[in-house]
Design a protein around this ligand. Structure first.
Ligand SMILES: C[S@@+](CC[C@H](N)C(=O)[O-])C[C@H]1O[C@@H](n2cnc3c(N)ncnc32)[C@H](O)[C@@H]1O
Length: 247
């Protein structure tokens, strides 16, 4: 993507802009409004990041793994959701195999980029929707046959992970799938994990921890490393796929 920002090369992915300024939620450039829910006080940082083009997470295209899963027919159905969809590349990919794919994001400014991506793909607004809203509070039109999480779980504060799991159980229909492209996985490098947990987002994830988070309501279908050829360049070896079926 022209002008796309890139994550820093391995082994420590960071959300950098071309000017090397970090997309750090810890250094919110604008004060957090008091009326926002406590977990959401960093909202202004996400919106600021979008407004200022500090979107170093943006790979400029849909996940190669998701493209593969859709092309192979493994992910299909009526209604899919991508929470924290950003520019919405993955929403557009899912619109190929779902009747409706919805992207939800807190940042109003991300919508303009989403609409560009959708239009370039030739997908109608009825089939690829963008909802400005908070995953934890706003109803994106549940129930869903599929929720695709990529760089959303790693973006939220780790204290919110149990709420992320509870929300997934609320909005996914029985028999529906939570597909998590778990990233960044740094579990073979504990010293890097500690550093990244202190510095995130992205906050590193352990596949077994993600599985444990949702074990009460979901059965694991697949939990495995992503082949390098199906990772975004620069993210090879840092991604796992989890497919979990809602009981
Ligand atoms: C790291 S970006 C990932 C964007 C996209 N998934 C991608 O891979 O390019 C995380 C996105 O989540 C959004 N976000 C953060 N907290 C959210 C929340 N509580 N509800 C909805 N979106 C949220 C941010 O605005 C941001 O666009």
């Amino acid at each position: 993507m022209s002008g796309a920002t890139r994550w820093a090369p391995r082994p420590l992915p960071t959300w950098k802009t071309p000017s090397t300024s970090r997309c750090s939620l810890r250094a919110a450039p604008t004060p957090s409004p008091d009326h926002l829910p406590a977990h959401n006080r960093r909202f202004m940082s996400w919106e600021d990041a979008w407004q200022q083009g500090r979107t170093g997470w943006d790979a400029g295209q849909s996940s190669p793994l998701l493209q593969h899963l859709v092309a192979s027919g493994e992910l299909r159905g009526r209604h899919a959701l991508v929470p924290g969809c950003g520019a919405g590349y993955d929403v557009v990919t899912l619109a190929e195999s779902f009747e409706v794919a919805t992207g939800q994001d807190l940042a109003p400014t991300a919508r303009a980029r989403f609409e560009e991506v959708r239009a370039q793909a030739g997908i109608s607004p009825e089939r690829a929707l963008y909802l400005t809203g908070d995953f934890f509070h706003d109803d994106p039109g549940a129930p869903f046959d599929l929720v695709w999480d990529y760089t959303f779980l790693c973006a939220i504060d780790p204290s919110l992970r149990p709420r992320w799991a509870a929300r997934m159980a609320e909005i996914i229909a029985p028999g529906g799938i939570l597909a998590a492209l778990i990233f960044p996985v740094l579990q073979d490098h504990p010293e890097r994990e500690a550093e990244r947990m202190a510095q995130g987002p992205p906050f590193p994830l352990r596949p077994a921890d993600v599985e444990a988070l949702i074990a009460t309501d979901f059965t694991t279908r697949r939990l495995e490393p992503v082949p390098a050829r199906l990772s975004h360049p620069g993210r090879e070896g840092l991604e796992w796929l989890g497919l979990f079926v809602r009981r």
